[in-house]
Design a binder for this molecule. Structure first.
Ligand SMILES: CC(C)(COP(=O)(O)OP(=O)(O)OC[C@H]1O[C@@H](n2cnc3c(N)ncnc32)[C@H](O)[C@@H]1OP(=O)(O)O)[C@@H](O)C(=O)NCCC(=O)NCCS
Length: 139
């Protein structure tokens, strides 16, 4: 069994190690700065799964007033295919609904497209959009 709880400061290093194990870090995103930016928002949407006091999964949720976002959904390779990501995402959905968020979106990197079927079996559908981005601050 595992519990789902919010981020606390002592989680920082374990989270970065987990994201590295899950190949979610990118050279253009400094994970430590990403975490500091997130907790500064104080929205209670950065959720972790913990088993026997060991971090096994993360999801960094957000809500911009128009839609919710899923970032950094990651389950440690040893604990994958046990329903952990499903439970985390469902907990995030519940919290977003409670604050009136009408829809939830996420981006999948092209090289990670296999993961699409994970989201589809939870009711997520591909949207007919092109995603554009612009870096405003270099990490
Ligand atoms: C994607 C990820 C979060 C799934 O976590 P998980 O805890 O293993 O997922 P669940 O156990 O809740 O999976 C539920 C179902 O989704 C599907 N699924 C899960 N992982 C899948 C994958 N990698 N590819 C295809 N389908 C997958 C399966 O149908 C699974 O049910 P089953 O195990 O009974 O077959 C995990 O593989 C991971 O951390 N990957 C690396 C990081 C990543 O790519 N994150 C997503 C960024 S967009």
């Amino acid at each position: 069994m595992f519990i789902i709880r919010q981020y606390i400061d002592t989680d920082l290093e374990d989270i970065i190690t987990l994201w590295e194990a899950c190949d979610l870090t990118r050279p253009w995103n400094n994970p430590e700065i990403d975490i500091f930016r997130k907790i500064a928002q104080k929205d209670g949407l950065f959720l972790l799964a913990v088993k026997d006091e060991q971090l096994i999964a993360t999801v960094m949720g957000g809500y911009d007033g128009h839609c919710g976002w899923v970032n950094y959904l990651a389950v440690h390779p040893h604990y994958q295919r046990n329903g952990v990501a499903t439970a985390l995402l469902q907990q995030l959905e519940k919290r977003l609904i409670a604050i009136g968020c009408p829809k939830l979106q996420l981006l999948i990197h092209k090289e990670n497209i296999d993961v699409q079927s994970f989201y589809e079996q939870l009711g997520y559908e591909e949207l007919e959009v092109i995603c554009l981005g612009k870096r405003l601050i270099q990490d």
